[in-house]
Every structure is written in structure tokens, then in C-alpha cells.
Design a protein around this ligand. Structure first.
Ligand code: GLN
Length: 200
């Protein structure tokens, strides 16, 4: 049986729990999902989600609660991490905000609230690399990715990357947990990025 964790500092935790239960059910996998508020839980987890919410609060609390080093170890051991919206901001290399102590696990820089007033919140049917049909993506005061180092871009809006993958991490600027479509949870947790093929 799969053990999943959802970092439950703040934000849309319940929605991730339900999405994980749904996708496991669909694939016939039994799962127990833990809401992570304290150290000691993440080391037991096979997969981990870092939800959206308010990134300065999430960042501060992760560090204060002593959860940040466990997220690093989780990723270092190659176990999947799915970071959405504020989660993307927190795992980035640079969010351009002194109040955020980035985990620097994903080789991207981000701009918070990048889509501006006109498009504060919006929905888009996004083409995502690895999915056959467009994904219904809900953006809420979403960040955009500014620069991409080692990560692979999976989707863009107005030419700005909004979904990327790097090793065990999949990160989106939008909120897949807010729609019934769980294909990105599936991609993040069950279809890890193929290892780069070695040169001949
Ligand atoms: N605007 C939020 C932030 O910068 C992120 C929004 C979200 O997670 N929906 O923290």
C-alpha cells in the first residue's frame, strides 16, 4: 500500500488528499494519506504533495516546524514531490521575495502573482506534455516561471512556463487539486520522469 503525505501547513490540503485518494482508487492502489504538520511523517511517505496557499506563510512555517529538511531528504532520495502554486514558489531557487526562504529544489526562478489584475484568476485548457488531452487548469493569483535551468517545461501560458518537471519533482503554477481531473497527480506520482538516456 502507498503512503502519501500532504504538507498541511496552510492552503488547499483537503483537495490534494481527495485527489490522491481518487487517483489511487482509479489505479487500484490502496493508499493512506497523512496530513503533515510535524517532523517524522515525511520519512514514512512514498509520495508527497505541497499545496497552494500563501507562500510566505508556508515557507515560514515549514522552516519553523522543522519540516523543510525532510522535504529536501524526500527529494534527494528520489521520491516524488508534487508542488502546486505556492508549493512551486517554495521549492523554487528564487522567488524574488525576502520573506520566502526557498527550498531550492527546482532549478527555476519564479515571479509571484505574475498574471496581473486582469487575469487575477482564470481557467485555461492547457496542453501539457505527457497528457493526451488538454488539462483544465485553474490559476489563482498564480506565479509564473521566469527562468528555467535544469527543469523540463511541460506547459506554458502566454509563452510563460506554468508546469515543469525535474527528476522526482513535478510543479505547476495552477491547481490540479481543484478539479476532478487527477491526471497530473498520476503523472507526478506514478509516471516518474524517464532517466535521461546515456550518450552512445
Ligand atoms: N499568490 C500566492 C502566493 O504568492 C500563491 C497563490 C496560490 O497558491 N493560489 O503565495
Amino acid at each position: 500500500s502507498l503512503t502519501a503525505g500532504v504538507v498541511a501547513v496552510q492552503g488547499d490540503v483537503e483537495e490534494h488528499v481527495r485527489a490522491i485518494e481518487r487517483v489511487c482508487d482509479r489505479r487500484g492502489r490502496s493508499v493512506s494519506v497523512h496530513e503533515v504538520r510535524e517532523p517524522g511523517v515525511i520519512p514514512e511517505c512514498d509520495v508527497l504533495a505541497l499545496p497552494g496557499g500563501e507562500s510566505t506563510t508556508i515557507s515560514r512555517t515549514l522552516h519553523r516546524a522543522g519540516i523543510a529538511p525532510e522535504i529536501r531528504e524526500h527529494v534527494a532520495s528520489g521520491r516524488p514531490l508534487f508542488a502546486t502554486c505556492a508549493g512551486l514558489i517554495v521549492v523554487s531557487a528564487d522567488a524574488g521575495d525576502d520573506r520566502i526562504d526557498e527550498l531550492d529544489l527546482l532549478d527555476v526562478t519564479v515571479e509571484r502573482n505574475a498574471f496581473g489584475r486582469q487575469r487575477d484568476s482564470f481557467e485555461a485548457r492547457l496542453d501539457v506534455a505527457g497528457l493526451d488531452e488538454p488539462f483544465p487548469a485553474v490559476f489563482i493569483r498564480a506565479p509564473a516561471i521566469d527562468t528555467v535551468g535544469d527543469a523540463t517545461i511541460l506547459a506554458t501560458v502566454d509563452d510563460r512556463p506554468v508546469a515543469v518537471r525535474q527528476g522526482p519533482i513535478l510543479a505547476t503554477a495552477f491547481h490540479p487539486e481543484l478539479t476532478p481531473d487527477d491526471r497530473l497527480h498520476e503523472l507526478a506520482f506514478f509516471e516518474p520522469e524517464p532517466a535521461a538516456s546515456s550518450p552512445e
